[in-house]
Write a protein that binds this ligand. Structure first.
Ligand code: XUL
Length: 524
């Protein structure tokens, strides 16, 4: 029997999952979550973010993340599991956020006092008290400067997988250097949230993995190394402050004496942490090209594995490294559940009424199109929100219910074409994935079978599975990824199959939809 621990430090919470492997069978034997605001109120976060006056700024506290780790490891120690069998720990973290440490961190990380919690001991190591996180959008000027310095956004995307984005780490580092040059100069190491937490567990500076490194706007996707042109354009001497990039399955070290003594844990391997999206790729079982996940949440996302790093020329999608060593494409749509709810509320329906209304309009909606941009849209880029109706009567509830769902599915299919992936299987997750009518439209638009995946914490589960994979690699008996995900990432039976005629009809409607979009964006 062997145990593997996965951790996920997300925006609002820290989750732990322990996986037990016996022979070649695996199952989850422990799961626990902690909400930052409630469990550690002394840090004063709201939904994991420190309050402030500027709505474009979003920062959190690295010390909060460290203390949360301490609480959760304490829970695992008290779980009754036989932790002598704990072989490896891997983690997932919110992407893009950065932690700034001074030269004293090296010694402190290695020699922390097990009688004390970690947060207070690490305070003196921070060269910046706060960590900017992915919700920050205050770096438009720095994005423009970075893009200009490397020959434009196309050149930046071709090399790093994404055009310059405000939340990405490179523009954030540049803003810190410009605003606080002395604190920047006192910075010895800049970690991502992922590599900071792995360093804390290993008691020494850990490398960054390509999955999370690719969220910095600074990594050369083709070599998984920092791209000197972007690094040099970001801030002086940055190359010496960034951790090296190493394969996702690398061992950062063994669990440090601090954690071993504090929670009586064994000297387990600490595997590199990765970003939450790359970890979710594993936790939803997307370990081969062609299988994609569609997450129907507050915002909708579509993501999947890519064997080669094809780039989105329209500039809204991202290519990240995948923890398997391949790549992943991800496209995000902000008008997800939010838009479905707005349509439901416009006609005073509940979800059953919404489904009934959807079923009352014919597939294809007689060619009527609704563009449901209730809030600014990421994909396609729409700064001025507002819904647009094409041949749609404002009081027609069925046409609106079908219109919002068809528009979302057509938009997802259209704007994920850049991934160059022939979609043959879809795993649907998120709140709205319980709605079979919505999933049928998804199956018909994509022409692929859709199966619902019930995963509470796909990023955390992905981290635990990565721990198992990395441990097997370290032992010299690498395991196939399909075998690793098989037992624990099984979608619900009873998938929805596409109807051939309806799929052909949606291929036609896609052209109409694209023309409406172009019209609304003033491109016609
Ligand atoms: C991805 C992104 C978010 C965060 C959330 O680019 O910004 O998904 O990773 O934790």
């Amino acid at each position: 029997m062997t145990l593997y621990l996965g951790l996920d430090s997300s925006t609002q919470s820290l989750t732990a999952i322990v996986l037990l492997v016996e022979g070649d069978r695996a199952r989850v034997v422990f799961e626990s979550s902690l909400q930052f605001d409630e469990a550690l109120p002394r840090y004063g976060t709201r939904h994991g973010v420190l309050p402030g006056d500027d709505p474009s700024v979003a920062v959190s506290s690295p010390l909060l993340w460290a203390d949360a780790l301490d609480v959760v490891l304490g829970r695992i120690a008290a779980s009754g599991l036989d932790l002598r069998s704990l072989a490896a720990i891997a983690g997932s973290a919110q992407q893009h956020g950065s932690v700034y440490l001074n030269a004293g961190a090296r010694t402190t990380l290695a020699r922390m006092d097990p009688a004390q919690p970690p947060g207070a001991q690490l305070a003196s190591c921070l060269s910046r008290a706060v960590a900017p996180i992915w919700m920050d959008s205050s770096t438009s000027a720095e994005c423009a400067e970075l893009a200009a310095a490397v020959g434009g956004n196309d050149a930046l995307a071709a090399r790093t997988g994404s055009r310059a984005f405000e939340r990405f780490t490179g523009p954030q580092i540049r803003k810190f250097f410009k605003r606080e040059p002395e604190a920047y100069a006192a910075t010895d190491r800049i970690h991502l949230v992922s590599s900071f937490l792995a360093s804390l567990l290993a008691g020494r500076h850990a490398p960054i993995d390509p999955g999370d490194g690719s969220g910095a706007n600074l990594m050369d996707l083709s070599t998984s190394t920092w791209w000197p042109a972007a690094v040099d354009a970001t801030a002086p001497s940055l190359a010496s402050k960034l951790p090296p990039i190493a394969p996702s399955w690398s061992v950062a070290g063994t669990l440090s004496p601090y954690w071993q003594a504090r929670h009586r844990l064994p000297a387990a391997h600490v595997i590199l942490f990765s970003g939450d999206n790359p970890c979710s790729l594993i936790g939803t079982g997307l370990v081969r090209e062609g299988r994609v996940a569609i997450s129907l949440g507050t915002s909708d996302t579509i993501f999947g594995l890519m064997r080669a790093p094809r780039i989105d020329r329209t500039g809204t999608g991202h290519v990240f490294g995948a923890p398997t060593g391949a790549f992943m494409g991800l496209t995000c749509f902000s008008n997800g559940s939010l838009a479905r709810e707005r349509v439901r509320d416009m006609f005073a329906l509940d979800w059953t009424g919404f489904s009934r209304a959807l079923a009352a309009a014919p597939p294809g909606n007689d060619g009527r199109v609704l563009l449901p941009w209730f809030v600014p849209e990421i994909t396609p880029s729409v700064a001025a929100p507002g819904i647009r109706r094409y041949r749609l009567a404002p009081d027609d509830a069925p046409a609106h219910a079908r219109g919002v769902v068809e528009a979302q599915m057509l938009s997802m299919a259209l704007h994920s074409k850049w991934m160059g992936v022939e979609v043959d299987a879809i795993r649907a997750t998120g709140g709205a994935s319980v709605n079979r009518e919505i999933l049928q439209v998804m199956a018909d638009v994509f022409g692929a079978e859709v199966r619902q995946l019930v995963v509470g914490n796909s990023a955390c589960l992905g981290a635990a599975l990565r721990a198992r994979h990395a441990h097997a690699v370290a032992e010299g008996r690498p395991l196939d990824w399909e075998a690793i995900v098989r037992d624990v990432v099984e979608p619900q039976p009873g998938g929805l199959r596409p109807d051939r005629d309806r799929h052909a009809m949606y291929q036609e409607l896609m052209r109409t939809y694209a023309a409406c979009e172009a019209d609304a964006l003033g491109q016609n």
